[in-house]
Design a protein around this ligand. Structure first.
Ligand SMILES: [Zn+2]
Length: 348
């Protein structure tokens, strides 16, 4: 009895937090639903160079898009930082408190020297950029509902669940944005299409047995996170072994999307578009070509856009210097194929 009433209280509290959040703000039609802030990019006294991650990937993607003349810098949407109240919609107070220990953050982002820095520095240089990206993912869903699509140039922290971070993911932006959609957008059927090379154990844990969320996860089973519990909560599992080539990958994706379309009718698609499937990526260990990435993204956008389902793309993993260019090229391709429109509407 007491546990069910406290469950109801927790739900009401989360609902109030979502309703009073500032993250959903009005975006004028002159802007394009492409979300980025300069504060996404992490620079930390040069220590970011110790991590295999290109920690300025996000800014470089936008730089390419602007230099290719597909995007006007003024049309980019800058999100707000997710506040503590926003994060508490999914995370517990004790999890957020654990991030006040630099050593815990160091473990999550896999940069051991970060443990030696005072927490205020870790907050400003690492966690603040992540919280901005979380704000971007949440806003992207609102924009996708209005415009049909949105791209958060960051986000996609699919290894983080309510109670546990890991694999460079400190906040569960995917779980958060879906809870916001449930309450603010009256959406009750969400499909997560997770095509990062790694298994998305964070959202899988958070939406275990939640019939409102359908998870299609295509991942390499031979790499991190080896989360066998979370695998039980994947609705549609497509395993791609180390060394898989572009043609086989895309064929498996075609089949998977056909099956997904038959099984579930979503009102929103969250597309986790990690580029660590790229040939040469030391962590993903797959062999997908840059053109293969563009085709992959095109297939997923076509899947959603042809059915008029709002789609949010998150850039997620992708750890090589070449990733930013590959993502920018793919966004250009989406624009060429008229699956997105990167020119702003009439100026207000
Ligand atoms: Zn990954």
């Amino acid at each position: 009895m007491s546990s069910s009433s406290s469950g109801t209280d927790a739900l009401a509290l989360a609902r109030n937090r979502i309703l009073s959040s500032k993250l959903y703000f009005d975006v004028p039609p002159s802007k394009v639903p492409l979300i980025y802030s300069e504060s996404y990019d992490i620079s930390f006294l040069g220590i970011e160079k110790l991590h295999p991650f290109d920690s300025s990937k996000w800014g470089r993607i936008c730089g390419f898009l602007v230099s290719f003349d597909v995007l006007d810098k003024k049309c980019i949407v800058e999100p707000l930082e997710a506040s503590k109240d926003d994060l508490l919609v999914v995370h517990s107070e004790s999890y957020l408190n654990s991030l006040k220990e630099s050593s815990n953050v160091a473990t999550i982002i896999e940069v051991p020297p970060v443990a030696l820095f005072p927490n205020c520095l870790v907050q400003n240089k690492v966690l603040f950029p992540f919280r901005k990206q979380v704000g971007g993912t949440i806003l992207a869903v609102k924009l996708a509902k209005e415009r049909g699509w949105a791209i958060n140039v960051g986000g996609g922290f699919h290894h983080c669940s309510a109670e546990k971070g890991g694999g460079f993911c400190a906040y569960a932006d995917i779980s958060l944005c879906i809870h916001f959609a449930f309450v603010r957008l009256n959406i009750s059927r969400v499909m997560i299409i997770d095509l990062d090379a790694h298994q998305g154990n964070g959202h899988e844990t958070d939406f275990a047995d939640d019939s409102r969320v359908y998870i299609l996860d295509m991942y390499n089973p031979g790499i991190y996170p080896w989360d066998y519990d979370a695998r039980n909560y994947i609705n549609q599992k497509v395993e791609v072994k180390s060394g898989t080539l572009t043609e086989e990958y895309l064929q498996k994706l075609d089949e998977a999307l056909e099956v997904a379309a038959r099984r579930f009718k979503p009102e929103l698609v969250i597309y986790n578009a990690g580029t660590d499937i790229l040939d040469g990526d030391p962590l993903g260990r797959l062999k997908i070509s840059p053109d293969g990435i563009a085709l992959r993204d095109e297939k997923v956008f076509r899947f959603a856009r042809e059915k008029n389902i709002p789609i949010v793309m998150l850039t997620s993993g992708g750890y090589m210097k070449s990733s930013a260019r590959v993502i920018a090229d793919s966004i250009v391709n989406l624009s060429k194929k008229c699956l997105i429109e990167t020119r702003g509407g009439p100026k207000a």
